[in-house]
Structure formats: C-alpha cells, structure tokens
Ligand binder design. Structure first.
Ligand SMILES: Nc1ncnc2c1ncn2[C@@H]1O[C@H](COP(=O)(O)OP(=O)(O)O)[C@@H](O)[C@H]1O
Ligand SMILES: [Mg+2]
Length: 244
C-alpha cells in the first residue's frame, strides 16, 4: 500500500467547542490509483487531504507512506517529505504573484537543493511547462495568465520534483468549464502515465475521471467504491485496462 491511514482523527477546538473533522478514518491507497474524495461541504474532505498529505498533523491515528510511519515526523521531516514526495494542486492555484510561470515552477527545486541560477532547474521547469501546454508563457506572471493557465502552472509546479502522489483540492473549482476540461484531461493523462492522484471535488463530472470514489459524511467514510467507466463516443478516454 502506498498510503495508509489507520484510525486517523482530526479535531479542531474553537473555545470550548470541539469539532471532529475526521473521525477514525482507516483506508489505503495503492500506487497508480486515482481517487476522488466527495461529500457535502463540511464533511472533512479538505481536512482529509491536508492530513493525508502531511500538511496538517492528525490528532490521533497513524499514517504510513510506502510502509514508513510518517505521522510522528516533526515539522522539518514533514516539510522534507512534502517537497520530495508530494505534489499539491489547490482550488485557488496558490502561485507567487509578480513571479514568472518559470520561477513559480522552479521554486520546489530550490527547496530540493538546486542553486538559484541553476540552468538545469530552469530547463526542468521549462520542460514541465511545455508538458502542460505553456511553453510560450514562461515569462508571464499569474496576473498575465487565465485561471486555467494558472492552474496548469500549478500542476507543473506540483510535478517538478516527480512526486509519488499528487493531491488536488477542488482543482477545477474556480475555472470555467473549458479550462476545467483541460485540467481534467491533464490529470487523466498523468494517471495513465502512472501517477497516483487523490482529488477532492464535489462535481460529479470531475469525480467521474477517477477510478475510485470515496464519499465523506461527518468526518467518516460513507462509501468507498470503484468507478465503472462507460465507453463513450464523445470521450477520448482510453479503455481501462482492468485496473480497479
Ligand atoms: N482550521 C479550522 N479550524 C476550525 N474548524 C475547522 C478548520 N478547518 C475545518 N474546520 C471544520 O472542520 C469540518 C470539516 O471541514 P473541511 O475539512 O473544510 O470540510 P470540506 O472540505 O468537506 O468542506 C467543518 O466543520 C469545518 O468547519
Ligand atoms: Mg473543502
């Protein structure tokens, strides 16, 4: 199992109110899976993503990544792990303003130890931006890009360190439907190339690109099921090769 959560809970305390955002979650995600996390607002989807991706610490329970117990890591170890093994895509893109697409994508490479003027880092970032169709936008700042283009920069940034898992929280939530389709297509291709993806969405058509859907309710898993892809004459989706 690539990622495994055992009895993971997360509580928030506001005054003397305790909110149990995650309530004893146990589940595993295998390599190359594409999981959609669904459920109503407030059901714990974002909290799950933050805890599973090591951005937030669980209040109790254990998390294993590639068999290694990572939930007891300190903040420095967690940051290192996130940089090396985890890619993030957020609803609001979270790019640095007044910073070019190229430099935004290069940023995780600096944290991974590349020098600020490394031509290798520059070349890697360029290749990754070409990969998402932005080879002609390297020097544009976020304000000079559409929402869909900004999200593609964010995906290139998420991929730059060749992470083990991509986590995406409502990646199409702030996009028009055409841009949303582009992002769905990129995520589908990444998964076909073997990337493990865990994506929060409340949109059925976005969840439909995943192979497994987990529905949250009140911080618990309400259902966890394989998605059956119908063959469609309009979709370019390739036939699933018996993977669940
Ligand atoms: N930082 C926080 N502080 C306090 N309560 C929070 C915080 N983040 C989330 N919550 C609460 O935890 C519950 C789950 O929230 P969240 O994970 O954001 O749900 P979802 O993403 O499904 O809408 C909600 O009741 C929410 O109000
Ligand atoms: Mg949320």
């Amino acid at each position: 199992m690539l990622l495994e959560l055992k009895h993971v809970s997360k509580t928030y305390e506001i005054g003397d109110t305790v909110i149990r955002a995650l309530d004893e979650i146990s589940l595993g995600v295998a390599e190359k899976e594409f999981v959609a996390i669904m459920g109503p607002s407030g059901s714990g989807k974002s909290t799950f993503l933050q805890v599973a991706s090591m951005l937030a610490e669980p209040s109790s329970g254990e998390i294993f990544l590639s068999g290694q117990e990572v939930s007891s890591y300190n903040e420095i170890q967690r940051a290192h792990l996130r940089n090396k093994q985890i890619g993030f895509v957020f609803q609001s893109f979270n790019l640095l303003a007044r910073t070019s697409a190229l430099e935004n994508v290069m940023l995780p490479l600096f944290y991974a130890g590349y020098g600020a003027d490394s031509s290798e880092a520059r070349e890697k970032a360029k290749v990754m931006l070409e990969r998402v169709g932005l080879g002609n936008r390297l020097n544009n700042t976020p304000a000079q890009l559409s929402g869909g283009q900004q999200q593609r920069v964010a995906i290139a940034r998420a991929l730059i360190n060749d992470p083990t898992i991509i986590f995406a929280d409502e990646p199409t939530g702030n996009l028009d439907s055409k841009s949303g389709e582009d992002i769905k297509q990129i995520l589908r291709e990444l998964n076909q190339e073997g990337k493990t993806i865990i994506m929060v969405t409340h949109e059925d058509d976005v969840a439909a690109i995943a192979k497994r859907q987990i529905v949250f309710r009140d911080g618990k898993v309400l259902s966890d099921s394989a998605v059956h892809h119908k063959s469609s004459t309009t979709s370019k989706a390739k036939k699933q090769k018996g993977r669940s």
